[in-house]
Design a protein. Structure first.
Length: 94
């Protein structure tokens, strides 16, 4: 998240177990104020607004079929999409 934010991109996250996060380091904010983020709800409409979705934790509360279906690009760091059916040519696994 630090590298992505440092490049000036917009960043959002969703985590049912961490409703809010705060980053104190100045690399997260050009104004040298802490960066606070609030977890967003993952819906089809929300996912369609993002250029890329990164799956870093395979929470069982996430609907990975819905995430893959409604995302332009998915980077799956934890093989959470292994059981997703349907089109997955826009999913990259690391």
């Amino acid at each position: 998240m630090k590298l992505i934010r440092h490049e000036g991109t917009d960043l959002s996250y969703s985590d049912p177990y961490a409703p809010k996060v705060q980053f104190e380091h100045e690399v997260f904010s050009k104004e040298k104020h802490p960066l606070s983020l609030t977890s967003i709800e993952l819906t089809a409409d929300t996912l369609k607004k993002f250029d890329c979705v990164v799956i870093a934790v395979p929470h069982s509360k996430f609907d990975f079929d819905m995430i893959v279906k409604n995302s332009t690009m998915v980077v799956d760091l934890v093989n959470a999409t292994k059981n997703v059916t349907g089109k997955k040519d826009h999913v990259s696994k690391l």
